[in-house]
Design a protein around this ligand. Structure first.
Ligand code: FE
Ligand code: FE
Ligand code: FE
Length: 211
């Protein structure tokens, strides 16, 4: 089954939120609390994207297949552009770009690193596991950007919403692409790899029985 992203993510309901536009004028007092929360979330994802940029180096070099390595490479380049896009959003909000520690992304990256140390180099199992770890990251980003798009629209920051929505789409496409890579052959080959090593073990065991 494809693990496609939920269509209920905030911000993905294109057009629906447009009626909110114009209801709140920029800088209105009642939006201050919400705007502060929006800025907080923006800082959170700004930090998260930067951590991910670094982690992707390690993830790329851990891959077994070139296909997954290329996918990570492509997403790393995309992530660089996403960081720049976030800086534009900060600008649109008249604020300086600033990161705020995101415990969730730190944790997801940590999980990624333990997967690398717990799986054998050069195996399909490693790629299958890396894909799942990477998809957890994408899903975190999708939830964050989905919320940010919806909040930006509520705050009447349409240009910011548009930029954030672009990134939301990229995260969602990446998630789907990873699903395709896994389902096309990596998961199957990881399963075959297990069968093979199981047989090898059986042969080794029966050989050692004769000795
Ligand atoms: Fe991203
Ligand atoms: Fe966070
Ligand atoms: Fe991403």
């Amino acid at each position: 089954m494809a693990t496609k992203t939920s269509s209920t993510t905030q911000g993905q309901t294109n057009g629906k939120t447009s009626e909110v536009n114009g209801q709140h004028k920029e800088g209105q007092k009642k939006d201050n609390q919400l705007q502060k929360f929006f800025m907080d979330q923006l800082k959170d994802i700004y930090y998260a994207e930067q951590q991910l940029l670094k982690a992707l180096n390690e993830m790329k070099s851990a891959c077994t297949t070139e296909e997954l390595e290329d996918a990570f490479e492509e997403h790393q380049k995309q992530t660089e552009r996403q960081v720049k896009r976030l800086e534009k959003v900060f600008q649109l909000m008249d604020e300086k770009p600033e990161g705020k520690k995101c415990e969730a992304m730190d944790g997801l990256i940590k999980e990624c690193k333990s997967i690398i140390s717990e799986t054998k180099e050069g195996t399909m199992t490693r790629d299958a596991a890396l894909i799942i770890a990477a998809q957890k990251i994408e899903h975190y980003e999708i939830a964050t950007y989905g919320g940010l798009v919806a909040l930006a629209l509520t705050l009447g920051k349409n240009r910011a919403a548009h930029l954030l929505d672009k990134t939301l789409q990229e995260e969602s496409d990446t998630d789907e692409k990873l699903t395709d890579i896994a389902e096309e052959h990596i998961n199957f080959q990881a399963e075959e790899e297990d069968e093979k090593s199981g047989k090898e073990q059986e042969i080794e065991m029966s050989e050692s029985n004769y000795n």
